[in-house]
Design a protein around this ligand. Sequence first.
Ligand SMILES: [Mg+2]
Length: 376
Amino acid sequence: MGNQATITAVQAILVDLPTIRAHQLAMATMQQQTLVIVRLQCSDGIEGIGEATTIGGLSYGDESPEGIKLTIDTYLAPALVGQDAANVHAAMARLNKVARGNRFAKSALETALLDAQGKRLGVPLATLLGGAVRDTLPVLWTLASGDTGRDIAEAEQLLEARRHNTFKLKIGRRAVRDDVAHVAAIKRALGDRARVTVDVNQAWNEAEAATGIAMLEAAGIDLIEQPTPREQRAALARLAARFIVPIMADEAVCGPEDAMELARIGGADVFALKIAKSGGIFGMLRTAAVGDAAGIALYGGTMLEGSVGTIAAAHGFCTLPQLAWGTELFGPLLLEDDVVATRPEYRDFALHLPQGPGLGLALDEDKLAHYRRKQG
Ligand SMILES: [Mg+2]
């Protein structure tokens, strides 16, 4: 193994960033976003960075930013210190022995290890994964102001600027009929110039879903994301069989085991992949492989990460053989400011992958100092 670099320190930093507007979801309204930024130091002087971020505290999943920091500080960082920094699989196997679950925390650490190794070898993270088959990713935008007129104006402006031509609507807060009226009005205004999809974030029961999806299908909506609760896989399968409009599993598909079960029962037409919910890029790739084997289309999802987490996911998504539904990697665009020196580039309806070693990003120390949560 020769000049072996070891991991010398791991830090988890809470960062609170302002968003450009309130972001309304079925389960929460976000006024800001909290990132957990990981800094992983190695004995050869190389630092890797990673990010774990979730949506609305604990309203999306079972890991919160504060919990992720505690898990890393108390359990995961001590298990990594002294280990071979260049062997990502061995380091992750050790973490999986020390802690069950905690996929978001593990994803951030895996990203930091891969970023460090990419910098060490002088290659982009996607190259470490075997190479990118695309260097740009289509990115949709979520219209989530809660106001129909304002959402239409926002979509028109983004089409004009050639930033997005697919729009996802977050629904499930209001009565089914009211939600459908909102979505149908937006689709009518945009017509064939844009694709419109919806994400219900598990808010409907099966009967509401059957009614809602029938109306959404008639209104020309292109994709229905996670209409029913994640545990109710049979309901998802019945809806997928009943309607022509594709049904996408998001909360219901975390890792390859979920993907396998959904594939077995015909539970979804599309899988939303996210590095955080799969415990890292490699877990996401294994999940994608099950989808490929089952003929299920793929979509690159987001936990509304900032630049670090978004670009980590982008490196992974760029290596996928098929990505029929593009991505929603717009997290950095929802933030008023970020903690990296150069923010990701979005133009011509796509995110452009940075070309430097590792993630291809550098932290902005002044911004990190400014936005990090002051311990009280
Ligand atoms: Mg979703």
